[in-house]
Design a protein around this ligand. Structure first.
Ligand code: AMP
Ligand code: MG
Length: 662
């Protein structure tokens, strides 16, 4: 019996159609360079940081600060004892030795932590104090209990056999964190250290940049969720996990949508949902032009402008698809794991970082030698992932040798180098610049060492707006001069008067240094409002009164400070009570007066205002910058000087009570 052949089933014709489609190589029509791809993408995006939101300190870890944080209190808040012992006047101990012990009468007070002292330490007396206790009025040093003997008489006494220095075992108010100081800068990612600083200033919440929400989807019939058994021809969805983690690292908030089969209807539905709920959608897989690849086909259906780039002259990563729909980016990364994470880091992470308020990631490179010839495709810029090895003759970069389908080639590489699109190979022994992956925090762009001032924070803030980071180390004016002379810093802010000429700072300009004028700060006498010895008088009159008043207690400054030079000039040899109390900052002086531990001292006008104290002007002090000539042409140093002279910065400096120099 001759049976006629069965009519072809529709299933068969379907299959044949798919075979035909798979064999017909679709081409990427418009392959663009990596630079062009990035430019097109960013042209359609607003890259300013997201709005800010208030976040409780407990939930602030890893968040990015939306605003600078200015310390509202000093830490420590008062002059504090570092040991268990006795608070006293250092002058009472001078000359003490084994042969000549000095004895001091114990006051009827014990200063425990949390106890505000009430008894003044008068000459010849001392007060028992615990570690962390508040230094009482009149005292300027602490001796350790171990170095004293108790004498039991009617009135108990202690005996000492060693002299104490003024300031011994005292941490001055504001020596850790000074009120008014910019504690943390916006764009800073909050880690454990930052949390500790915020808490020490009494802050229980911060303004953080809202984290951009990024939906992460994987596509492919073969994908299996980690944790499930692997089916035949199945592959674990590793892209979903690595992309979600990379979103967090870039400052975003990932929402994982999971893996979808190559089914256009289900996928479109999922992508629409993701787009609604997020600021950005990242898919991986299905962007090639082969069978089953349809992720990119969905994008034009979602809205305008749709696909901006499909096909980048880049290896790994050619099939990358970048689109924007209604202001939201939608990105289809290549499915191959190395290509996926590489293109994510190159094109997507910078957008998330910008939205999250983070600065662009620093690129660190090292020069290395390649031990073997590396072939490359003409017409595509190629990135070769390498492992670095330190050899006697220098660093060697070994290509990891795995293709872009490998998961480990990116995860285990130390870095990568580029082969130009126009080169077909790189010869063995060539030198290459290797960009490091996940390298350590970068060094600051400018190092500023010297005296600190609140207006310096304004200039450093303006510098940060220009994209440069600064490290400021408060080492005092003299420390700054020394650092500048040794070339350890770029810029040294100083304010030292020449006792001979009476001029500020000019005498410190040595070879290789130049002086750039900063601003003037008014120095004057600080006192508690309402104190009749000062209120309504000028500084000269007030000084005359307090120098004749034995109950008036001053607070001095440390030797070497510009303010101390001025104080000694004013006192003209007089040594009023409290002269030996010599804290190291304007803030500590103001805190001592505000807390009643002293009646007067010298500091700058803005600090008087900060502590609500009265102020009698004495003379303006010049706060200028020594610049190391060799470093003056560095982009960050130039940016600092530009920021300093910028009209907006000058206004902000003026608003703090300083007078910017012409
Ligand atoms: P595609 O871009 O969909 O053509 O996929 C290219 C290659 O990447 C294939 O070998 C896929 O199995 C693989 N791939 C795609 N998506 C993932 C994923 N989410 N996790 C791991 N491998 C993937
Ligand atoms: Mg696929």
């Amino acid at each position: 019996m001759n049976e006629s052949p069965k009519p072809k089933s529709t299933g068969d014709s379907d299959l044949i159609a798919r075979v035909r489609a798979a064999a017909r190589q679709e081409q990427f029509l418009d392959v663009v360079s990596a630079e062009e791809a990035r430019a097109r993408f960013e042209r359609h995006l607003n890259l300013s940081p997201m709005s800010s939101e208030r976040v409780a300190l407990a939930g602030a870890h890893t968040r990015v600060l939306a605003r600078d944080v200015v310390a509202a209190t000093d830490a420590p808040p008062f002059d504090r004892s570092n040991v268990d012992g006795f608070a006293l006047r250092a002058a009472d101990t001078w000359g003490a030795s084994d042969g000549n012990p000095k004895s001091l009468t114990l006051n009827k007070e014990v200063i425990a932590c949390g106890h505000a002292p009430v008894v003044t330490v008068a000459p010849g007396t001392c007060t028992a104090i615990a570690t962390g206790g508040v230094i009482p009025r009149g005292a300027d040093a602490v001796v350790m209990i171990e170095q004293t003997d108790l004498i039991e008489e009617d009135q108990p006494k202690i005996e000492l056999r060693r002299a104490a220095n003024s300031g011994q075992f005292i941490s001055y108010a504001g020596s850790d964190i000074a009120r008014g100081e910019t504690l943390l800068r916006r764009g800073t990612r909050i880690g454990a250290r930052e949390i500790g600083m915020l808490a020490a200033c009494g802050l229980d919440c911060v303004e953080a940049v809202r984290r951009p929400k990024v939906a992460v989807l994987s596509t492919g019939d073969e994908l299996v969720e980690p944790g499930r058994p692997l089916k035949p021809a199945g592959v674990y969805d590793s892209n979903g996990a690595i992309i979600a983690a990379a979103v967090s690292e870039a400052g975003g908030e990932p929402s994982t949508f999971g893996a979808y089969p190559d089914d256009p209807v289900a996928l479109e539905k999922a992508v629409r949902k993701a787009l609604d709920a997020s600021d950005m959608v990242v898919l991986s897989g299905g962007t090639s032009k082969g069978a089953g690849d349809l992720s990119h086909r969905i994008v034009p259906r979602l809205g305008k402008p749709g696909i901006l780039v499909h096909g980048v002259a880049l290896k790994p990563g050619k099939p990358l698809c970048l689109g924007v729909v209604g202001g939201k980016p939608i990105v289809v990364l290549p499915g191959f794991p190395t290509s996926a994470i590489f293109t994510f880091q190159t094109f997507v992470a910078p957008v998330i970082r910008a939205w999250a308020g983070l600065p662009p990631e620093a690129v660190d490179t090292v020069t290395a030698r390649i031990p073997l010839r590396v072939a490359s495709e003409l017409g595509r810029k190629e990135f070769v992932l390498v492992s670095l090895v330190e050899a006697d003759e220098g660093t060697i970069a070994f290509p990891t040798g795995k293709n872009s389908g490998a998961v480990t080639s990116f995860s285990q590489a130390d870095g990568f180098f580029e082969i130009d699109a126009l080169a077909s190979a790189l010869d063995a022994e060539s030198q290459v610049d290797v960009t490091l992956i996940g390298s350590a925090a970068r060094a600051p762009d400018v190092v500023i060492m010297g005296s600190h001032d609140v207006a310096l924070d304004v200039v450093v803030g303006a510098l940060a707006n220009r994209g440069f980071s600064a490290r400021t180390l408060a080492v005092g004016s003299l420390g700054g001069v020394a650092a500048a002379n040794r070339g350890e810093c770029d810029i040294a802010p100083i304010h030292l008067i020449d006792p001979v000429s009476g001029q500020y700072n000019k005498h410190l300009v040595g070879p290789g240094l130049s002086l750039v004028p900063g601003w003037r700060r008014m120095q004057g006498v600080l006192f508690q409002r309402g104190d009749a010895r000062f209120e309504g008088r000028n500084a000269q009159e007030a000084l005359k009164i307090v120098l004749a008043d034995r109950s008036a207690l001053m607070v001095n400054r440390n030797p070497g400070s510009g303010t101390r030079v001025l104080i000694d000039k004013l006192l003209d040899g007089a040594r009023p009570a409290g002269y030996a109390n010599q804290p190291k900052s304007h803030n500590a002086v103001a805190a001592a007066i505000a807390q009643g531990r002293a009646d007067w001292g010298l500091a700058i006008a803005p600090v008087a205002k900060l502590y609500g104290l009265g102020f009698l002007p004495v003379s303006p002090e010049h706060y200028d910058f020594l610049v190391v000539d060799k470093r003056r042409e560095r982009p960050a140093v130039r940016a600092f000087l530009e920021a300093l002279h910028d009209e907006k910065t000058r206004q902000a400096i003026g608003a703090l009570g300083m007078e910017p120099s012409a």
